[in-house]
Design a protein around this ligand. Structure first.
Ligand SMILES: *[C@@H]1O[C@H](CO)[C@@H](O)[C@H](O)[C@H]1NC(C)=O
Ligand SMILES: CC(=O)N[C@H]1CO[C@H](CO)[C@@H](O)[C@@H]1O
Ligand SMILES: [Zn+2]
Length: 261
């Protein structure tokens, strides 16, 4: 993945991706096309966290909704919240998935200030659901048309904590403090296929996920509060080329467009 963009709202996705992509017709004339894939993190609205009994109301004071399990203290035993599976299955069915009848969790080991356990509980080789798709109609005012976007997988994982950056801190002297009350909050990660070709399609995809999780009642689906987070991966390749490997063209193009965006 060449370019990852963290964005806070559907409208933002539309604007940012639109700035750095053109419509498909313009792309064809210029001889390149944009390939977009989206990873979405859905924060589940269960009453308690994924592996312990801490509640996690939004807006609680930092570090007030933690316990030895989600802080990763030695000797603690994580116990899976069955609601997490129930919500994952609901989403899987809504996204036309193949559900895995056997699934497992894996440890993703990495070190970062916001990760008290030193690892994340996630799913690597046997995610709960694979190979789904989303069907949607583009708005008529933008030309309309039916689209089907493939989805590679949905997996369950737990969230990390949050670094609270101070307002005044510059990048050279960032001062931050740590809020651990988000550690262990259950997430579903939805990984789309790189099937989108314009900012409009990416925004419509994100809006559909937002509607879907709210309709199913599995998440508040609020991008501003971070209960729905999208990472947008953008590639640029010459029209007609089928892979999007390691071409330098893409990197320079993206740097250029990143500046203009
Ligand atoms: C939250 O707890 C962590 C770990 O004990 C600590 O490092 C951090 O400073 C605390 N944050 C706040 C805002 O008190
Ligand atoms: C200060 C604050 O509100 N911190 C966090 C507490 O935990 C929830 C987890 O859902 C976060 O969303 C809050 O931002
Ligand atoms: Zn806990």
């Amino acid at each position: 993945m060449i370019f990852t963009h963290h964005i806070g709202g559907v409208f933002h996705i539309y604007l940012s991706v639109l700035f750095i992509t053109k419509t498909s017709v313009e792309q064809k004339i210029l001889g390149y096309e944009t390939i977009i894939g989206i990873e979405t993190h859905v924060q589940l609205s269960t009453l308690t966290k994924a592996f312990c009994s801490c509640p996690y109301p939004y807006g609680s004071q930092p570090n007030t909704t933690v316990c030895p399990v989600c802080m990763g203290h030695p000797g603690t035993l994580p116990v899976l919240n069955s609601k997490v599976i129930e919500f994952a299955v609901k989403l899987g069915l809504a996204l036309n998935y193949g559900l895995s009848m056997t699934s497992k969790f894996d440890r993703k080991q990495y070190f970062y200030q916001d990760l008290p356990k030193g690892y994340q509980i996630s799913q690597f080789d046997i995610p709960i659901a694979i190979k789904g798709f989303i069907d949607l109609d583009l708005p008529v005012e933008f030309g309309g048309g039916h689209r089907r976007f493939g989805i590679t997988r949905v997996h369950m994982e737990d969230d990390a904590g949050k670094l609270i950056h101070s307002e005044t801190g510059s990048y050279s002297q960032v001062s931050f403090s740590l809020d651990l009350n988000r550690t262990g909050v259950p997430l579903l990660e939805i990984v789309s296929k790189p099937d989108m070709r314009s900012g409009l399609e990416a925004a419509e995809y994100a809006a559909e996920i937002e509607r879907l999780v709210r309709y199913l009642g599995i998440s508040i689906g609020n991008m501003q509060e971070g209960s729905l987070r999208c990472d947008v991966n953008i590639f640029v390749r010459p029209v007609g080329q089928s892979n999007f490997g390691t071409k330098r063209l893409m990197v320079s193009t993206l740097l250029l467009v990143a500046f203009t965006g």
